[in-house]
Design a protein around this ligand. Structure first.
Ligand SMILES: Cc1ncc(COP(=O)(O)O)c(C=O)c1O
Length: 462
C-alpha cells in the first residue's frame, strides 16, 4: 500500500457496509487524453450496486406501510437485485420470493436459495402479457398474498432515489466536484436517472453517457430518436426492449452500442491489466467509457462503475473455452474436420488418461471437468482406448474393487479413428453407434469429436 489509509471501520450489521465504495483510477489501460475512474460497486456486501436500491426500496415500503413486519417481499429478477433483496430481507426478518425465468444458471439459483430466498421458476420463452411471464407471475403472487409486497424495481421511485442520495453524492465528493462525464448502463434506469440528476444539478455541463449492448432499443432512441425492434445480447443486467418508467433518458447526451464480444474482451483486459474482476455488463460500461475517453480532444475526468463482481462469470466470459465455443475467440483454422474438435490435443486443451491410472482417478477427472468420455493415450501419445461413463458404470456395478485397478482393464479398445481429411458424413455411423470419433493420422492425435461437438459446430453456423 503506497499511501497510509485510515483504519477501516468496525460495523455491527452487514447492511451498514452498503455504499461508500472506493474509487480506482485506471492507469494501465490507454484512456486517451482523459483520466478514467471506476467506482467499485462490486465491493458492496452483496457484491453489486443493487445493494443500495434494495435497502432504499425496502425502507420506503416499510415507511409507506406496504410492507409489514415479518411480511413477504416479492420481486421478478434473476440477477443482482434478487441477491441484494435477499441480503436485506435476511437481516430485517422478511421472507423473499424471487421469480426467475428458467434460462438462468443453476449457480444463480443456488446462490439465491443459499441466501434463504424462495425461488419460483417460470418460462423464459414468453413475452410480457403471457400469464407465465416472470414479471406477471411476481405481480400475481404479490396480489394473491395480503402480506406480500411487489418491489418492481423498474417502476419503483425509491430506486433512483438511492442513487440520487448515495451513489451520486459519493461520486461528486470522491472526484472533488471535478467530473466531466459519467458512463453507465440502463437495467431499470435507476442508476442513470439518480446519479444523472444529482451530477447535472451540481454541474449542468457534466455529460451522462449511456453504455448499451448491441440489440438494446436504447442507443438508437438516444442517438437518433428512433424506435427499433429489440434484438438479443448476452451481457447481463443492462440493455432494454422497453423504456422503464423511472428511466429519464433526457439526461443522456450520447449512447454507445457495444457488441457482446467487445464487452467480454474488455472485461478480461480490465482483470489482467488493472486486477479488477468485474461482471459482463461492466465490460459494456468500460468499453463505452474507453471509446468516449479516446474520442475526446480535451483532457476530461470520467467516471464509470464496476457494477458487480465477476466471480459468477468464471465459467463464462473468463473461460477461454466458453469464449471459443461462443465464437468470441477465433482459433487458427485447419480448414478440415479438425475444426470441429472442441478441445485440441496438440494445444493441450483436452484432458486425457493413461492406461495405468487407477479408475478412481479417472472418475474424479470426469466429474471435475464435467466430461463423459476421455481418450486413453500411451507414452507415444497415441490413443489406445476410450473410457466413457458407461465403462465406468459397468466397472462400478460389476467389480466392487475396481477403483484401484487401472483404466486399461475397463476402457474400450475399439477406437474409431478418423483422418483429418474425412467429411462430416463419415462421422455419422460412429455417432449412430453411440461412439466418439478419434481424429488422428500417422503423425498425431488431434482430439475427439463427440455428438455435442458436432451440434455446437452446426449451431455456430446458423
Ligand atoms: C450488472 C448491472 N446491473 C445494473 C446496472 C444498472 O442498473 P439500473 O439501470 O437498474 O440502475 C448496471 C450498469 O449500470 C449493471 O452493470
Amino acid at each position: 500500500m503506497s499511501t497510509p489509509r485510515a483504519t477501516a471501520p468496525v460495523f455491527h450489521n452487514i447492511l451498514e457496509m452498503i455504499g461508500n465504495t472506493p474509487m480506482l483510477e485506471i492507469t494501465r489501460i490507454d484512456t486517451g487524453k482523459c483520466r478514467l475512474f471506476v467506482k467499485m460497486e462490486s465491493m458492496n456486501p452483496g457484491n453489486s450496486i443493487k445493494d443500495r436500491i434494495a435497502v432504499t426500496m425496502v425502507d420506503a415500503a416499510e415507511k409507506s406501510g406496504k410492507l409489514k413486519k415479518g411480511g413477504r417481499i416479492v420481486e421478478a429478477t434473476a440477477g443482482n437485485t434478487g441477491l441484494a433483496l435477499a441480503l436485506v430481507a435476511g437481516q430485517k426478518g422478511y421472507r423473499l420470493t424471487v421469480v426467475v425465468p428458467d434460462k438462468m444458471s443453476d449457480e444463480k439459483i443456488s446462490h439465491l436459495r443459499a441466501m434463504g430466498a424462495e425461488v419460483v421458476l417460470t418460462r423464459s420463452d414468453v413475452a410480457k402479457g403471457h400469464p407465465e411471464y416472470y414479471q406477471d407471475v411476481a405481480e400475481r403472487i404479490a396480489r394473491d398474498d395480503p402480506d406480500a409486497y411487489y418491489v418492481n424495481q423498474f417502476a419503483n421511485e425509491a430506486n433512483p432515489k438511492a442513487h440520487y442520495e448515495t451513489t451520486g453524492p459519493e461520486i461528486w465528493e470522491q472526484m472533488e466536484g471535478k467530473i466531466d462525464a459519467f458512463v453507465a448502463g440502463v437495467g431499470s434506469g435507476g442508476t442513470v436517472s439518480g446519479v444523472g440528476h444529482y451530477l447535472k444539478e451540481r454541474n449542468p455541463a457534466c455529460e451522462i453517457i449511456l453504455a448499451d449492448p448491441v440489440g438494446s432499443i436504447l442507443t438508437p432512441l438516444v442517438n437518433e430518436g428512433k424506435t427499433v425492434p429489440p434484438g438479443s445480447w448476452l451481457v447481463e443486467g443492462i440493455g432494454e426492449d422497453f423504456v422503464p418508467s423511472i428511466c429519464d433518458l433526457k439526461l443522456v447526451k450520447k449512447a454507445y452500442a457495444i457488441p457482446d464480444g467487445e464487452a467480454f474482451h474488455t472485461a478480461r483486459e480490465l482483470l489482467r491489466k488493472e486486477g479488477v474482476l468485474a461482471g459482463s455488463s461492466v465490460g459494456t460500461l468500460f468499453a463505452a467509457a474507453l471509446r468516449y475517453c479516446r474520442e475526446q480532444t480535451e483532457p476530461k475526468r470520467v467516471v464509470t462503475l464496476i457494477c458487480d463482481n465477476g466471480a459468477k462469470y468464471l465459467s463464462k466470459m473468463f473461460n477461454d473455452f466458453w469464449m471459443v465455443d461462443n465464437g468470441f475467440i477465433e482459433r487458427p483454422k485447419y480448414g478440415d474436420i479438425r475444426d470441429l474438435i472442441a478441445r485440441r490435443h496438440l494445444e493441450k486443451e483436452d484432458y486425457c488418461l493413461t492406461p495405468d491410472l487407477p479408475v478412481v482417478q479417472a472418475i474424479k477427472r470426469m466429474r471435475m471437468f464435467s466430461i463423459s468420455q476421455m481418450a486413453v493415450i500411451d507414452e507415444k501419445d497415441r490413443v489406445v482406448g476410450i473410457l466413457d461413463e458407461s465403462d465406468v458404470l459397468m466397472a462400478l456395478v460389476r467389480d466392487r474393487d475396481c477403483s484401484a485397478r487401472p483404466v486399461r482393464d475397463y476402457m474400450s479398445s475399439r477406437v474409431e479413428t478418423v483422418r483429418p481429411t474425412a467429411s462430416v458424413n463419415d462421422l455419422m455411423p460412429i455417432f449412430r453407434a453411440d461412439r466418439v470419433a478419434v481424429i488422428a493420422d500417422e503423425k498425431h492425435f488431434y482430439g475427439l469429436i463427440t455428438k455435442i461437438d458436432l451440434i455446437n459446430f452446426l449451431r455456430k453456423q446458423l
